[in-house]
Structures are given as structure tokens and as C-alpha cells.
Design a protein around this ligand. Structure first.
Ligand SMILES: [Zn+2]
Length: 372
């Protein structure tokens, strides 16, 4: 049986089910980020209660600390972090690109210095497959050559060609049959590169495809345009993952362009800045207006935070520096994005996604707040 079933589409928007070794993931789905094998401040049972069925961990960070052998000895990443549902591990290309000042890339792979202690390491397409097999994630990513959003055509082309060669090498290195490996489409902000890269990778018949190297500093309209041209070349019956997105508005727009999976630190990062994502926009609990506001964060949300606490109480906890405040808002913000993806799915199944999208986007513009 194929790992992914497409159940319905409404123009480009898709509803499906992704099956992994740790259960089914209805798509579109939002994946919270647990870089260090922990979604900051939120426990596994709380994530499950939010409706999370897949989360993201990072192979680069876990390789450096605590080390893959520690996690393998614990019985794999699921047991190590006590998470029973699906896990996607990112390969590390983006982290080396963004964290390591001492990185060098050649056809062999990345040669980099740890951002923790400066120790020297090499990641190759093969070693990254082996690393993620050791971690035991359900979905693994190939190593890719990431470039900045303003990279010129020559660099973007070199990076895309290398990413393609590395994807071929990664494919040869796979030994586990219970792990789904996704290839990553690069190509910078150049339509012809994105198109060619997506076509070439589609020919390699990976179980899934990711779109990388977007939302890395280019203009949003450019990112959305790249998404449209890339999606058009990807196989219909394979899952599609847009890496590093995002905000409620971006998730809706990516679903509208045929993406199925999303991840971002956005909901937990916002929560640490007292910023609440609601269906009618963002609210900042540090604003004086919430000090006596006894309503829940979002009356339309059924998460445990909204069922339990008021805006006034959480605003007080932020001012008092209490740890419960960012935790409780993280739970809500994650539940909000998971529910948003779930509603988009229901709307696609009912073939009313496009009117739903219009309504949601106009409601989301409702409240103004400062971004973190
Ligand atoms: Zn809530």
C-alpha cells in the first residue's frame, strides 16, 4: 500500500492521508517543531490533545547533542522523547547553512564546525541517511544544498544540481524500509530551476517531496509564485511538504497551492513573546487592554488553555514572569494551527475550500499585533 492517499482535491488544494510506521496523519497537517526532541515547553500528552499527529525533530542538533548513539541505545527517537505518533527529521542542510559560520560545501558534503563547541564534522548524503535511520524517525529528509533567498542564478543552479546528485546518492544509501525519505526541491527564486529540479526529482520516485529554500528572506509573493510552479511539477500521489512555514496566513496560502505538510517554530516562538494566534488575528497579552479581559484567548478554540484560563490571568502570568504563561500559550498556538489545517481539510473534502480561504484570510487580518 502506498504511504499516501489523496482523498479529494479542490482545484490545487488537497486532502489526504499519510501513513507512517507510527500511524496515520490526515493532511493538510501542521507539524510543531521539536528541534532538540522537545517542542519547547509542551509535553507529548499535551501535543496529542492539541491534535498533533506528526512533529519535527532535527537530525543536525540531535547528532551534535546528545548524539545518535544515545538515542539509538534508548530504543530510537520515539522512545527517547516519549512521543508515540509520527516524527519527521530534518537532515541538517538548513541548520548548517544558518548556524555554522565555519561551513564549507563540496560534492562530498558539508564540512562544518559545531555551533556548540567548534568540533569539526562532515555530513554526506549517505551519512545523513544513516544518521536518520539510527534515530528511527518515520520521515527522513535528504541532505540538500541550501542557499539564501537572494542567491543569484549561478549559485542557485549549482545548489539545485548538487541537491539532485545528493538525492540520488541518498536513495542508494537507504536500508530501512519503514522510513519514508523525502527529496527536497531547491532552485532559489528561479522558475526554470524550480521546475527542472522538481521534474528531475519526481523521476527518482521518492515517497514524498519537500519544497525547501523558500521563506528564507525572499519577498513573500516570490515565495508563493515559486510554490505554484514547483507544485505543478510534483507527482500528484505523493505527499508534499513546505519546509519552515509558517504563519496561519502562509499555511492557508500554501494549502491553496497544493502543499500537504508544514512546520514552523512560529507558534511556540510567538508564545514566548506573549503573542497569541487567534482565528481573528493576533493579540499581544502585554497590551494593557487584556489586564481585565476575562474571555478565553479565542472563544472558537477548544484547547485546554482556552477551556481553563482567561486572557487576564495569562496576561498577569506574563507580567509576573511565570513559566506557565508561555507554556499555556504555546499549547493554544499549536492547537490553533492544527485546527486551521484540519478545517482546511474539511473544506477541501466538501469542495468549499476557496470560499473558506477568503473568509479565514479576512478574519485573520482582524486584530493587529507586533510580530516577535
Ligand atoms: Zn485555545
Amino acid at each position: 500500500m502506498s504511504a499516501f492517499s489523496l482523498l479529494a482535491d479542490d482545484r490545487h488544494a488537497r486532502a489526504g492521508v499519510l501513513r507512517t510506521a507510527h500511524g496515520e496523519v490526515p493532511t493538510p497537517a501542521f507539524m510543531p517543531v521539536g528541534t532538540q526532541a522537545s517542542v519547547k515547553g509542551v509535553a507529548p500528552d499535551e501535543l496529542l490533545a492539541c491534535g498533533v499527529r506528526v512533529l519535527l525533530a532535527n537530525a543536525y542538533h540531535l547528532y551534535l547533542r546528545p548524539g545518535a548513539e544515545v538515542i539509538a541505545a534508548a530504543g530510537g527517537l520515539h522512545r527517547f522523547m516519549a512521543w508515540p505518533a509520527s516524527i519527521l527529521t530534518d537532515s541538517g542542510g538548513f541548520q548548517i547553512f544558518s548556524l555554522s559560520r565555519l561551513a564549507r560545501i563540496d560534492d562530498e558534503g558539508y564540512h562544518f564546525a559545531s555551533h556548540l563547541d567548534g568540533s569539526r564534522h562532515t555530513f554526506t548524503p549517505e551519512s545523513v541517511v544513516a544518521l536518520q535511520e539510527q534515530l528511527g524517525s518515520d520521515i527522513a529528509m535528504v541532505l540538500d544544498h541550501v542557499v539564501a533567498g537572494d542567491a543569484d542564478a549561478a549559485l542557485a543552479e549549482e545548489a539545485a544540481a548538487r541537491t539532485l546528485r545528493w538525492a540520488q546518492r541518498a536513495r542508494e544509501a537507504i536500508t530501512r524500509s519503514d522510513q519514508l525519505t523525502f527529496a527536497i526541491v531547491q532552485g532559489g527564486t528561479f522558475e526554470h530551476l524550480r521546475r527542472a529540479q522538481a521534474q528531475a526529482l519526481a523521476g527518482l520516485d521518492f515517497p514524498g517531496y519537500a519544497v525547501g529554500g523558500l521563506w528564507v528572506g525572499e519577498e513573500r509573493r516570490v515565495g508563493l509564485a515559486m510554490l505554484t510552479v514547483t507544485a505543478a511539477e510534483l507527482p500528484t500521489h505523493k505527499p508534499r511538504y513546505l519546509m519552515g512555514v509558517g504563519t496561519p496566513e502562509d499555511v492557508i496560502e500554501a494549502i491553496a497551492r497544493g502543499m500537504d505538510l508544514f512546520d514552523c517554530v512560529y507558534p511556540t516562538r510567538c508564545a514566548r513573546h506573549a503573542l497569541v494566534l487567534t482565528r481573528s488575528g493576533r493579540l499581544n497579552l502585554r497590551n494593557a487592554s487584556y489586564a481585565r479581559d476575562l474571555r478565553p484567548l479565542d472563544a472558537s478554540c477548544s484547547c485546554v488553555t482556552c477551556r481553563t484560563y482567561s486572557r487576564a490571568y495569562l496576561a498577569h502570568l506574563f507580567r509576573a514572569g511565570e513559566l506557565l504563561a508561555p507554556r499555556a500559550v504555546s499549547v493554544h498556538n499549536i492547537a490553533m494551527l492544527v485546527a486551521l489545517a484540519g478545517e482546511a481539510r474539511a473544506a477541501i473534502l466538501d469542495r468549499r475550500f476557496w470560499t473558506w480561504r477568503e473568509e479565514q484570510l479576512s478574519r485573520l487580518g482582524g486584530l493587529a499585533a507586533t510580530e516577535p
